[in-house]
Design a binder for this molecule. Structure first.
Ligand SMILES: [Zn+2]
Length: 443
């Protein structure tokens, strides 16, 4: 093995030397400065201060924000796009998506398709979803679980410019116990082999530690695990813990050692308490959380990612699911907005997340109005999708606010989102890392 590795290293070194000397030959040629684009609008959403400022001006060069504000110097030859009565906002961040698939409205057909479709087909189809996502104004998303590394492939292809989509942070396989929400459906064991830690299924702290290491080995940016049951799975009750405290401690500590954040899928209250004790960074869904748990989260700075739109969507499409799932979905739909109202009162930190895939990709801005109908102000809802989500994802250094030096991730909303939050559902223009990916022709 060592011999083979050293041969490979020598070959790589030779390639690298060739590339570097070619670069050195080109270094003498003067290069023109990158073009500058200026976005102007009536307002700008200052996400850190939580207010609109007027007018809104953002200067963009080379994928980054060069300057912000009415006094910004506009270089000669800059292309100015005047968007009129509109609001410039930091690109939205969705902290809970699954880009690798999408529910097709027929659970049984979906189950059959899952058995028959190959990963390359799923990946190609998913490029339509990533495009819809970024065109809807979501410039960064956190993908919390898939199979066959489809999301990892999408992340890398988007980064390389081969596919259109938002910047992605991915979890690879979600981690959980045998029979739990991360495990496969209970298909006869003589037909479907049992999943092992490499696919996220683990029993006992050592296996769970290994499951985390496998996801990181294959490029996971974040770790997702399943302390409680799920709504859309057949075999598990939704509200009981599915991992022991020792298993949860092993998962969270292993991920944190590698400086990865940890997201915990929790509908049930007891499971959430155990995950918080283990030191998790966010509770996803949180459907049946009690007031004392939401207060504990505030105390410890643990984020809630409420995914109200997913619960609402499933609750309004109960006929699409088998009875065992429909029953769980009905209970969840009745509770999620009540839980969110309690979280607002408790002052729990909230990051925006939709669980896109449960509902079609590209509709995520509907989460804003659901948050507002359960007690958030429009400013709080917009902050959840900008500064707060950036903080949870650990990307505040380059996104979440419109500031010089950050990525030029900008969504332009018609009118004033503080007066009518529904404008978030119809952006006039979207810029992702400096590239305009959507522009309303009326401009
Ligand atoms: Zn999810």
């Amino acid at each position: 093995m060592t011999g083979l590795n050293s041969v490979r290293r020598a070959a790589l070194a030779a390639l690298l030397v060739g590339a570097l000397s070619a670069q050195a030959r080109d270094a003498g040629a003067p290069s023109a400065p990158a073009p500058v684009t200026v976005l102007k609008a009536a307002h700008l959403f200052d996400a850190a201060a939580g207010k609109l400022v007027s007018p809104g001006v953002v200067v963009v060069q080379d994928g980054k924000i060069l300057a912000v504000g009415a006094n910004a110097k506009l270089p000669d030859g800059a292309k100015i796009i005047d968007l009129g009565d509109a609001t410039l906002s930091p690109g939205f961040i969705d902290a809970h998506v699954h880009m690798s698939g999408q529910d097709n409205g027929d659970w049984y057909k979906g189950f059959f398709d899952n058995l028959m479709e190959h990963p390359p087909e799923l990946a190609l189809r998913a490029t339509v979803y990533t495009k819809a996502m970024v065109e809807a104004g979501f410039t960064t998303v956190r993908d919390l679980g898939d199979s066959d590394y489809i999301s990892l492939g999408l992340r890398n292809a988007i980064k390389a410019g081969a596919v259109e989509g938002p910047r992605m942070l991915v979890a690879n396989y979600a981690i959980g116990s045998t029979g739990g929400h991360a495990d496969q459906d209970p298909i006869r064991p003589d037909i479907l082999a049992q999943a092992t830690p490499i696919k996220g299924v683990c029993n006992g702290p050592d296996e769970c530690r290994a499951a985390v290491r496998y996801q990181m080995k294959y490029g996971a940016d974040v770790i997702k695990f399943m302390p409680s049951g799920g709504v859309l799975s057949l075999a598990d009750p939704v509200d009981v813990p599915q991992l022991t405290q020792d298993e949860m401690n092993a998962i969270v500590s292993e991920a944190h050692t590698w400086h990865r954040k940890v997201a915990a899928h929790c509908h049930g209250d007891l499971a959430a308490k155990m995950a918080i004790k283990a030191g998790v960074d966010s509770i996803e869904h949180g459907t049946f959380l009690q007031e004392d748990t939401l207060k504990l989260m505030k105390e410890k700075g643990v984020y809630l990612v409420p995914t109200l739109f997913a619960t609402y969507w499933v609750g309004s499409h109960l006929d699409d699911y088998p009875p065992a799932i429909a029953e769980k979905a009905r209970a969840a739909a009745a509770q999620s907005q009540k839980m969110f109202a309690m979280a607002v009162k408790a002052g729990t930190k909230v990051a925006f997340g939709t669980d896109a895939a449960v509902e079609p990709h590209g509709l995520g801005a509907k989460e804003f109005s659901l948050m507002i109908s359960a007690g958030f102000t429009p400013v709080q809802a917009l902050q959840a999708a900008t500064v707060n989500a950036a903080d949870l994802l650990g990307v505040s250094a380059d996104s979440g606010t419109l500031e010089a030096g950050k990525r030029a991730d900008i969504v332009v909303l018609p009118g004033n989102p503080l007066a009518d939050i529904h404008v978030t559902e119809h952006p006039k223009l979207v810029m992702a890392a400096g590239k305009i990916v959507r522009q309303d022709p009326v401009n």
